[in-house]
Design a protein around this ligand. Structure first.
Ligand code: F6P
Length: 337
């Protein structure tokens, strides 16, 4: 009987459990045994193995996080760690490793492939959606839903008190969560790493003051991607408060965005990709990522997923920027921004 292994690696993402379920059940249907290693690559090196049986997969898809556990493990960049992992995988007679994770995890998988003869397949699982070669990643849709719900809640108190809020969302160095959350929550402004040129503090202050003068009794919400400003959203709030004379409230959403029950879209995506990954193993494929492009499952060379940048959809960027511009011009009776 062929034997394969699966890990979840890097930042967990809602839908990872559904993906493991699809991998385990599909594999068993094809007489392939599956074991997991807990805590990602660290768990391979330390041999934290866990047998995975379809009977145990019945009700895992509903849960956020990853029951297989995950970790950040920068030590895996070392050649010695990759060779250690190869030895453990060989000792278990594993012929293929499925890695559910983001770009750091795929770099780890690519590194391992240099020192291990087995097949290596990536499945995109990260809330950041920053992997090239796939329209979306497992967990992104749920994270956007979570951010939107949180911003809606902040909006209600902001509106009641006519306050300015700067809400920080995750994304490491990518603005996908920021852009989608800004559109979905009708934010007055957004700050994303991809926006060129970045708006200057004086421009942001000016926009806030114009909005306050047009709508003195209303809220003003800015969605800000993390890692953009020194001191994060708190630093920005301090500077903007000084520049405008209006108190700007910082609100970092943080890890709230990573947890929670995966939504239907993420569960379905996770199962599609997990199922296809097992078929890719059976077909003898290696060093690829299984992704989704225009609603079709695709196979992409693994290295291209992290070597290329993934741009934001320019139509969505323009949509949000256009809607932001109309907000206070309309108050003055003009239909144009
Ligand atoms: O996994 C993605 C992510 O949530 C990023 O959005 C964020 O920058 C990072 O992980 C946070 O990582 P950690 O939980 O290890 O601090």
């Amino acid at each position: 009987m062929k034997k394969i292994a699966v890990i979840t690696s890097g930042g967990d993402a809602p839908g990872m459990n559904a993906c493991i379920r699809a991998v385990v059940i599909t594999a068993w249907q094809h007489d392939v045994e599956v074991i997991g290693f807990r805590h990602g690559f660290r768990g391979i090196v330390d041999d934290l193995n866990q047998p995975l049986h379809p009977d145990d997969m019945r009700l895992v898809s509903q849960r956020g996080g990853t029951f297989l556990k995950s970790s950040r493990y920068p030590e895996f960049r070392e050649v010695a760690r990759a060779k250690d992992a190869a030895k453990v995988l060989d000792a278990h007679d594993i012929s293929a490793l499925l890695v559910i994770g983001g770009d750091g995890s795929f770099q780890g998988a690519d590194h391992l492939a240099k020192y291990w003869k087995g097949q290596v397949i990536g499945i995109p699982g990260t809330i950041d959606n920053d992997l090239a070669g796939t329209d979306t990643t497992i967990g992104f849709s749920t994270a956007v839903d979570t951010a939107m719900e949180a911003i809606d809640r902040v909006r209600e108190t902001a509106e009641a008190m006519a306050r300015v809020f700067l809400i920080e969302v995750m994304g490491r160095h990518a603005g996908f969560i920021g852009l989608h959350a800004a559109i979905a929550s009708s934010a007055e402004a957004m700050l994303l790493p991809e926006l060129e040129p970045q708006p200057k503090l004086a421009e942001m202050a000016d926009a806030i003051l114009q909005a306050r003068s047009a709508f003195p009794d209303s809220s003003y919400v800015v969605v800000v991607s993390e890692n953009l400003w020194p001191g994060g959203v708190s630093g920005l709030a301090t500077n903007l408060s000084k520049a405008t004379g209006v108190t700007c409230h910082p609100c970092p959403l943080g890890h709230i965005q990573r947890g929670g029950r995966p939504n239907a879209q993420d569960r379905i995506l996770a199962m599609q990709l997990g199922h296809a990954a097992v078929h890719a193993v059976i077909d003898g494929k290696s060093q690829i990522m299984i992704g989704l492009e225009q609603e079709h499952v695709v196979e992409v060379p693994l290295h291209l997923t992290f070597e290329r940048d993934k741009p934001l959809d320019p139509r969505l960027v323009q949509l949000q920027l256009g809607l932001q511009g109309v907000n206070f011009a309309s108050k003055k009776g003009s239909k144009t921004a």
